[in-house]
Design a protein around this ligand. Structure first.
Ligand code: PA5
Length: 355
């Protein structure tokens, strides 16, 4: 049990001095501002002459690429690949559009891939707030989507997700998304009023879910357009709530995960599976959700559903992301941890910089 009362406003000032809550509430504004900026961006004409999109990034700067990938996969005729590693895949060539996404502009894996790309004919674009990445792009006359919003990388998601989507629209690879963008602002603002700190526990599903997850190991399941939202939930539980968390994706998880539901025996009661749902799911995926829940129930594993909001696929993805951001935030407070600092990531980066 926790003694934290999520309806007591004094805990927000005490446990969240850097105001992560404000960043979460600003997500609709981020999306809207980033969309307007990318629409004004001028891209070289030959950038539409490509046969694949490769996005370089890590952590909070990579997930926007994956969310775009899931969103456009049924519409886009060329592949979208998110590369989270050093260097470049061997298939990158001069008909590749390479987007290097790093909030800080100093992430070594992303810089390593970008440096390799500078020696090649691939079309390049950078999304960053500065750092070495911006310097290298400027020296090489590479277009930069400059993030001016001050936040931790994961809390500036609107500024990596929307520009990538906007670039694809500007290059003619996807249909006009302006109406969907207008819808997400409405959907996200409505969600915020239901999920923010002013909405009391008894009426606030995010506070309630965080309470049920307190003391549990969250495992988040997704499918189709909700797959990478599940990934985002996992990373937000890690980084905001400083909690272990895992995610898995349908239908693949039905080919392995279910066989491990019962052991070790004392773990089942500690796990809580959150299944993210979207009305876009096919009948077969819906059936898989049902059968999986039967198996979870038989194994004594608690589970529950979280449904997306809005009509468009875009709204459904970002609404799931936003709900997860709130839940991970409240879980941090329940654990009495400051949601902002990520001292283990900072420690790793410092140690790696020393060699
Ligand atoms: O959320 C975070 O802060 C991390 O996951 C970072 O995004 C990650 O370490 C990469 O850094 P950057 O986003 O600055 O490239």
């Amino acid at each position: 049990m926790t003694d934290i009362n999520l309806d007591d406003f004094s805990i927000y000032r005490k446990l969240d001095p850097e105001d992560m809550l404000a960043r979460i509430k600003e997500f609709p504004m981020q999306c809207s501002q980033a969309w307007q900026s990318v629409m004004k961006m001028v891209l070289p004409k030959n950038y539409s002459n490509i046969n694949q999109l490769v996005i370089l990034g890590m952590g909070g700067s990579a997930i926007g690429g994956d969310l775009v990938r899931t969103l456009v996969q049924e519409e886009m005729k060329i592949p979208v690949i998110v590369h989270r590693d050093y260097g470049l895949p061997a298939f990158v060539d001069d008909r590749t559009l390479l987007i290097a996404s790093s909030y800080s502009g100093n992430t070594e894996e992303t810089l390593s891939g970008f440096e390799s790309a500078l020696k090649m004919g691939a079309k390049k674009l950078v999304i960053t707030s500065g750092g070495k990445l911006e310097e290298m792009a400027k020296v090489n006359n590479i277009p930069v989507f400059k993030i001016k919003y001050k936040a931790l990388p994961r809390a500036a998601l609107g500024y990596s997700f929307m520009p990538t989507l906007g670039v694809l629209q500007k290059l003619g690879f996807i249909q006009d998304k302006s109406a969907d963008v207008a819808e997400i602002i409405q959907v996200l603002e409505k969600l915020s009023s239901k999920l923010d700190e002013k909405s009391p526990l008894k009426a606030n599903p995010a506070k309630q879910l965080a309470q049920r997850l307190f003391g549990c190991l969250p495992v988040v399941y997704g499918a189709g357009i909700a797959a990478e939202a599940a990934h985002r939930w996992k990373t937000q539980f890690n980084e905001n709530a400083k909690s272990w968390a895992f995610y898995d994706i349908f239908p693949e998880l039905n080919h392995n995960a279910a066989t491990g539901y019962s052991l070790p025996k004392d773990i089942a009661s500690k796990i809580r599976v959150v299944l993210l749902r979207s009305p876009t799911f096919s009948k077969r995926i819906k059936l898989r959700y049902d059968v999986t829940c039967e198996l979870l129930k038989q194994s004594g594993v608690a589970y529950e559903f979280v449904d997306s909001e809005g009509k468009s696929s875009l709204s459904q993805i970002v609404s799931l992301v936003s709900i997860g951001d709130y839940v991970s935030y409240y879980l941090a407070l329940l654990y009495k941890v400051d949601p902002s600092p990520i001292k283990y990531i900072d420690y790793l980066k410092e140690r790696l910089a020393k060699g």
